[in-house]
Design a protein around this ligand. Structure first.
Ligand code: 13P
Ligand code: SF4
Length: 447
């Protein structure tokens, strides 16, 4: 799960090449050519945390933030004013003092200045499992986004505190499906299908709810209560197969693209995948269309992966004959169809690790991971499909200043920014996660 150190190149040069933060600063000051979607990213995130609630600069800054989203309180000046080198040394010192009492988890999309302090680096599912390997740690510092910290809390022991260094690090896609809108959708589906808990002659209920890991714990609880299941981008197909064994159709949220790409690959026709728009009656479909549906797709998307286009792929192929294009399944369907392969972040990492030296890759996923992979694999040519440097705005809010703060507070005996899922939600949410962990592809299940 941790990324192996690069075979060649000195460590400092690799770090500098991997740093999106550094790239943005160089572009913002004119020292490097290129474009970034928001030069304000060169400032500290506390500048944005002071302003009105928003996702901050980067991909997703234009998305509507729901009312009541967590805000981060002001970071003490000593962390805002510290140099990069000082923050680095303070994080190392605090970690050394805390020793085995703390484990720091870093999602692939985190900035490099944070990743270098992580004990585990991986995708959201791997990191949730990583927390399980350290039941002795009193604190799990999750350098990722809110739904990931919630999942770690669900899977860790009650004594362990899960800490999100910046409370404003949400996920705009997760926020596109709130519990009340999904409950409302469920009620409307009950009007069309009758009792949603009554199976047909084949033992299948009318609708199985499936939520992507990128959703609130409340929604994981909703699917747990209603016979449903959680999926990640690496097991979405297995989970849909699980759901089709138990249901006539699936309600998939929040990411329409992951749902559509996965179901299409399984042979579900596009006409049987209506979209559910929560602002319209019956989601914008007729009752007959819903009756005919196999997968009802929630109207959600990731603003980071929505930036990738078929034109970018055409350009990459024209400029780099032989390039392999790999994209994340959160990308729109035409982009996935035009790519050579689509898969989760872990799939992308493994494909690059397994490739023969001299390979060329154009990658359609978050730029921090792409730039790090390029720096760690100098034997390949690796670049981001999107020429504009535009990181996930919420992942980017975990600045080393916040990491230093939460760790030094732990050294002082104080737990700040703890993420706790209420017990009423936690039990059904765990059930939905356990169903996912137990779901096996049909071949493996038969073995
Ligand atoms: P993973 O589940 O692959 O970690 O992806 C998380 C994410 O936010 C993708 O956009
Ligand atoms: Fe959410 Fe997209 Fe950022 Fe992932 S990359 S945390 S889905 S906004």
């Amino acid at each position: 799960m941790t990324i192996a150190p690069p075979p060649t190149r000195d460590a400092a040069a690799t770090r500098a090449a991997a740093s999106v933060d550094r790239t943005i600063r160089l572009i913002a000051t004119g020292a490097k050519s290129g474009a970034t979607c928001t030069p304000e990213l060169a400032s500290g995130p506390w500048e944005f945390d002071r302003g009105p609630a928003g996702y901050g600069p980067g991909s997703s800054m234009g998305d509507v933030i729901p009312t009541g989203s967590p805000r981060q309180g002001s970071l003490p000046a000593e962390y805002r004013e510290a140099s990069d080198a000082e923050l680095h040394d303070r994080i190392r010192a605090a970690k050394a003092t805390l020793g085995e009492r703390v484990v720091v988890l870093g999602h692939f999309y985190q900035r490099d200045e944070v990743i270098e302090h992580a004990d585990f680096v991986g995708d959201s599912f791997q990191l949730a499992n990583a927390a399980l390997t350290r039941p002795d740690a009193e604190a799990i510092v999750f350098c990722g986004v809110h739904f990931m910290a919630e999942t770690a809390d669900l899977l860790s022991t009650p004594e362990q505190a899960v800490i999100l260094p910046n409370l404003a690090a949400g996920c705009s896609m997760a926020d596109m499906a709130d519990e009340s809108s999904v409950e409302e959708c469920w009620e409307q589906l009950a009007e069309v299908f009758g009792d949603l808990g009554t199976p047909d002659a084949d033992g299948r209920v009318p609708v199985i709810p499936v939520t992507y890991m990128n959703s609130s714990a409340a929604l994981k609880g909703f699917v747990g209560r209603n016979g449903g299941i959680v999926c990640t981008s690496s097991n979405a197909r297995t989970v849909l197969e699980w759901a089709f064994e138990r249901g006539q159709r699936v309600l998939f949220f929040p990411d329409q693209h992951l749902g559509r790409n996965t179901a299409k690959a399984m042979g579900v026709p596009l006409e049987q995948m209506p979209m559910w728009n929560p602002r319209k009656a019956l989601g914008g479909s007729s009752a007959d269309e819903l009756r005919d549906a196999r997968v009802i797709l929630w109207h959600g998307f990731c603003s980071v992966h929505r930036r990738f286009t078929v034109d970018q792929i055409a350009q990459a192929r024209a400029e780099h004959p032989g390039v392999q294009v790999i994209v994340h399944p959160e990308c729109p369907m035409p982009v996935v169809d035009a790519a050579d392969a689509a898969g989760s972040t872990d799939f992308i990492v493994k494909a690059i690790q397994a490739a023969p030296a001299g390979s060329t890759f154009a990658i359609g996923t978050e730029v921090n991971l792409v730039q790090r992979l390029a720096a760690e694999h100098p034997q390949h040519t690796i670049f981001c499909l999107d020429p504009v440097v535009c990181p996930c705005s919420t992942m980017y809010r975990i600045h080393p200043g916040y990491l230093a703060w939460v760790l030094e507070e732990l050294v002082a005996g104080r737990v700040v920014n703890r993420i706790t899922v209420p017990e009423t939600v936690a039990d059904p949410a765990r059930l939905a996660l356990e169903r996912m962990l137990a779901a096996k592809p049909p071949a493996a299940a038969g073995a």
